[in-house]
Design a protein around this ligand. Structure first.
Ligand code: NDP
Length: 281
């Protein structure tokens, strides 16, 4: 069985695994901290070297967990973090980035995202991202929760084309992006990071997905992830605070869904037949 992790080449030439580690809801409870650190470290040991976090998660607590987990192995990793929209002014973005760097005890964020659109003009945020990039504090920048119209507006700005990723809600039960946003990004080499790829755990309890998984002696979470890993330019970022589940999710890379099973998934989770507004969690 080939369980090599698929990769995605970002527009800046950096190659990242198509499977990453989510961190939402980490860093909220000190009693869980050790388990969370171990889950992230297990993932890294298994080659899942992309970690997704945000200043929002645990109000900085998740970035602190990441800081502990990556200690001594920073150079092997690709770190993604996000700025709150209300911090995303020209100066505010830079200050927020510096706080995130301190919490993660590193001097560089590999990919820095605007978490969702807010009141600050996009041009200001892009300007700050470009400053951070010139300073070497970030390697590249992108956005999150941007629908097609937002992306078109962004790419029309000076330096807007330097956006390398859009992180959006995308999983079997949320396929709206397949109609237009996903192909649009694929055509432009903008990576799509699929967040909540197991629909916050609920796809692991879905009868159709459970049924298909059984035939492969796989788990439903693996089926949900394999569905995304098949797609060009898509990076799935499941979160688990349990090392055993991280290992389980890693093995989704070994799962090759048959055409019949992909058809069965299409029947249970129909792909969009018309444009749909981007959903958010
Ligand atoms: P996921 O779809 O990744 O699901 C996470 C939930 O599923 C957790 O409760 C986890 O439990 C459980 N789980 C994980 N693996 C398995 C498994 N193999 N079997 C059964 N259950 C499992 O949801 P998230 O919303 O966390 O999304 C993933 C990441 O995407 C976030 O952590 C965050 O980094 C990012 N994100 C970004 C957003 C944005 O606006 N940009 C919005 C939402 C998420 P447990 O931890 O107990 O194992």
């Amino acid at each position: 069985i080939d369980d090599t992790l698929p990769t995605v080449t970002l527009a800046n030439g950096i190659v990242v695994p198509a499977l990453g580690l989510g961190t939402w809801q980490m860093g909220e409870d000190a009693r869980a901290a050790q388990r969370e650190v171990e889950a992230l470290q297990r993932g890294v040991d298994l080659g899942i070297t992309l970690i997704d976090t945000a200043e929002m998660y645990g109000e900085g607590g998740a970035e602190e967990i990441v800081g502990v987990a990556i200690s001594g192995r920073r150079d092997d990793l690709f770190l993604v973090s996000k700025v709150y929209p209300w911090n995303a002014s020209r100066e505010g973005t830079i200050a927020a980035c510096e706080r995130s760097l301190k919490r993660m005890k590193t001097d560089r964020i590999d990919l820095y995202l605007l978490h969702w659109r807010g009141e600050h003009p996009l041009a200001e945020t892009v300007d700050a991202f470009e400053t951070l990039r010139r300073q070497g504090k970030i390697g590249a920048w992108g956005v999150s929760n941007f629908d097609l119209g937002d992306m078109q507006e962004l790419l029309a700005l000076p330096d807007g084309r330097n956006c390398v990723a859009n992180q959006v809600l995308y999983n079997l039960s949320r396929r709206g992006v397949e109609y237009d946003l996903l192909p649009w990004c694929q055509e432009r080499g903008i990576a799509v990071m699929a967040y909540s790829p197991i629909e916050q755990g609920s796809l692991a309890r879905n009868e159709t997905v459970i049924h298909i998984a059984k035939a492969y002696q796989a788990t439903p979470a693996q089926v949900a992830l394999a569905f995304l890993l098949e797609r060009e330019g898509v990076i799935a970022i499941p979160k688990s605070s349990h090392a055993a589940r991280v290992a389980e999710n890693r093995e989704a890379a070994a799962l090759d869904l048959s055409d019949e099973d992909l058809d069965a998934l299409d029947a249970a989770f129909p792909p969009p037949s018309r444009p749909m507004p981007l959903e958010m969690i």
